[in-house]
Design a protein around this ligand. Structure first.
Ligand code: HEM
Length: 279
């Protein structure tokens, strides 16, 4: 630590001197030396990076797409889906515009997940044109997803801000570990939905930027490696929460899908799952 501080101070003085009088090449070299104190010699991590790309990341994705569904299967068998009467009062929750944007994001993101996995496992699946087609579709759907996530961010951001009761919701896991139907602390969106929202929108933006670097090969080797690491790790987290979102909307809460088609949710469901929602 002392060494770093001392070197930093010396370098700062040297750089100040050079900035006043010295040639720019010396300044660049001095800056690189200073930077190396913190980052080390990044080039030497080439082998480590190749290992991550070839072995660790495919395993990580394989783990996500097997473990998460197994967990949900067990939940479905042990606890079962929540069901609410849908013949009572209905509350209008999602406008037509919100639904159209949601489905644009849903279809493009589903294709992104599918083609992303195909790119990762292309070799295993026989290689050839499959990987190339997957890359092309991945690029096109990334543009559509990026475009749909911007309005989605804007129309939901206020309702998705964290609240104190979200902590309580997380402590009881939203009540999903119990068969009993008891009101949980949540407004229009619960803590789980909020997490998904932030990961899908802000995470989606980071995926778009890192994906751009990977496609365009813009930037130096360090930028490309860092982009690949972020794209893979964040991608795995997004796929995991995407599977959660699918399970919740297709299986865990009966009739949930209908709300994203018609815009209406049953008041009986809101009273239990979103009691703080003022409509
Ligand atoms: C095929 C895939 C998808 C299906 C079947 C689906 C289904 C649904 C349903 C049924 C709802 C309403 C939940 C409720 O209010 O009870 C919903 C809400 C939502 N969806 Fe999706 N969705 C999909 C993909 C996506 C994607 C890719 C995104 C991200 C961009 C997304 C973001 C959201 C958000 C932020 C909400 C509001 C909060 C929530 O309910 O989680 N959905 N979705």
């Amino acid at each position: 630590m002392k060494k770093i501080l001392l070197s930093g101070l010396l370098l700062f003085l040297a750089m100040t001197g050079l900035a006043i009088a010295g040639p720019p090449e010396t300044l660049t070299a001095a800056y690189q030396q200073f930077n190396a104190l913190f980052t080390g010699e990044w080039q030497q991590y080439g082998q480590l990076f190749t290992g991550l790309q070839k072995d660790l990341f495919p395993r990580l994705f394989l783990l996500v797409i097997t473990i998460v569904p197994v967990f949900f299967f067990l939940h479905y068998v042990a606890i079962g889906p929540m069901s609410f009467p849908h013949d009572g009062k209905q509350v209008y929750c999602y406008t037509l515009f919100v639904r159209i944007i949601h489905w644009l994001a849903a279809v493009s993101f589903s294709l992104l997940v599918l083609t992303g996995l195909l790119v990762i496992f292309a070799k295993l699946l026989g290689g050839g044109s499959l990987g190339i087609w997957a890359r092309i579709v991945h690029l096109v759907t990334a543009v559509i997803f990026s475009a749909s996530v911007i309005p989605m961010f804007l129309f939901w951001v206020r309702e998705m801000l964290p609240a104190v009761h979200d902590l309580k919701w997380m402590l009881i896991m939203g009540g999903y570990l119990s068969k009993e139907q008891k009101a949980v602390p949540a407004g229009k969106f619960n803590a789980g939905q909020k997490m998904w929202f932030w990961l899908a929108t802000i995470g989606g933006a980071v995926m778009a930027v890192t994906g751009y670097f990977l496609y365009s090969h813009q930037g130096n080797i360090d930028t490309l490696r860092l982009s690949a690491i972020i794209h893979n790790v964040l991608g795995a987290a997004m796929v995991a929460l995407f599977l959660v979102h699918l399970y919740m909307s297709l299986a865990a809460i009966k009739g949930s899908l209908r709300s994203m088609i018609s815009g209406y949710k049953a008041e009986a469901e809101l009273k239990i799952l979103h009691p703080r929602f003022k409509y």
